[in-house]
Ligand binder design. Structure first.
Ligand SMILES: [Fe+2]
Length: 299
């Protein structure tokens, strides 16, 4: 837990900076509105009034452009600058390269501190069948038809699987075709990418970074990228809502997983051989024996 103090401090600082910046927006709007009303109160706009309005507007635009960095970037750059030797940072690096590659398409960032072991999160992310059961509401009864491809890599693996939307009234049809091939990639033990095709070769890519905090707590960073040509504010609202809803659905499932013995999840002989669990099995092959010892201890 002590090894994560720099991370926690960076997260608090990020929240603080964002909070101060957000407070400045209504203050700026109030200041400009007030100045405008005062200027026009006598029905005459003097050169001094104009100058004051110009200065207030300039300061407000400057404030808007000083938005603090996105939390994920600031947290990780903070970790890097301090040369943090935490093992989780090393695991984040391969994923960071992918995120850098997708940077131009970045649309939404979310971060959560969740009261479950990071292992529960990883198990959940790599278990394809939970898309059908746990997310039956948000994904509107999506079905995993079959796994079409699996490729182990040196540090993880790639699994491709076909999914279908059963109902013709499925709301997800605004994003995608009835049957599409979804790709799930394990970039590193704590970095998972979900690639969902949309219409006209467009994609929605979600990158999950899991940062262990303690045996009973982890940080979940969700970054969503898309090349859909929709107005960005609309996309941001929709993707934020979708991400919140799926997380809300996941909470009871994560709690259930947290009640299980960690060694059961990491025991290669006990991992299901079902095709929907192949990527998790690859995770256990690579990291199962060491993961338990790498979990930060409570102290
Ligand atoms: Fe989920």
């Amino acid at each position: 837990m002590n090894s994560n103090q720099p991370l926690n401090a960076a997260v608090i600082m990020t929240h603080l900076k964002n909070g101060i910046w957000l407070l400045g927006i209504p203050s700026g709007v109030f200041g400009i509105t007030n100045r405008t009303m005062v200027s026009f109160a006598d029905g005459y706009l003097s050169a001094l009034d104009l100058a004051q309005l110009f200065i207030a507007s300039f300061l407000f635009i400057t404030w808007l452009s000083c938005k603090p960095e996105e939390s994920f970037n600031s947290v990780n750059s903070s970790q890097q600058s301090k040369g943090n030797s935490d093992h989780s940072q090393g695991f984040l690096c391969p994923g960071k390269a992918r995120m850098y590659e997708l940077q131009a398409y970045h649309t939404v960032s979310q971060e959560y501190i969740l009261p479950f072991s990071s292992m529960c999160q990883i198990y959940h992310l790599l278990n394809l069948s939970h898309l059908e059961t746990i997310h039956a509401f948000s994904l509107n009864n999506l079905k995993v038809i079959q796994v079409t491809h699996f490729q182990p890599t040196a540090v993880g693996g790639i699994i491709k699987f076909q999914t279908t939307l059963d109902s013709p009234l499925n709301i997800l049809r605004i994003w995608r075709l009835p049957i599409v091939e979804v790709i799930l990639t394990l970039h590193a033990p704590y970095t998972v990418e979900l690639c969902i095709p949309a219409y006209n070769d467009k994609k929605i890519i979600v990158i999950f970074n899991v940062v262990p905090i303690s045996n009973k707590e982890h940080q979940l960073l969700i970054d969503i990228y898309t090349d859909l040509k929709w107005p960005k504010p609309l996309l941001q609202i929709l993707l934020h809502m979708a991400s919140c809803l799926t997380l809300f659905e996941d909470l009871p499932y994560l709690y259930k997983l947290s009640q299980r013995n960690l060694s059961c999840l990491l025991n290669l002989n006990r991992v299901s051989n079902h095709e929907t669990m192949r990527l998790f099995k690859r995770f256990v092959e690579l990291y199962g024996s060491t993961m338990e010892s790498l979990q930060p201890t409570d102290s």
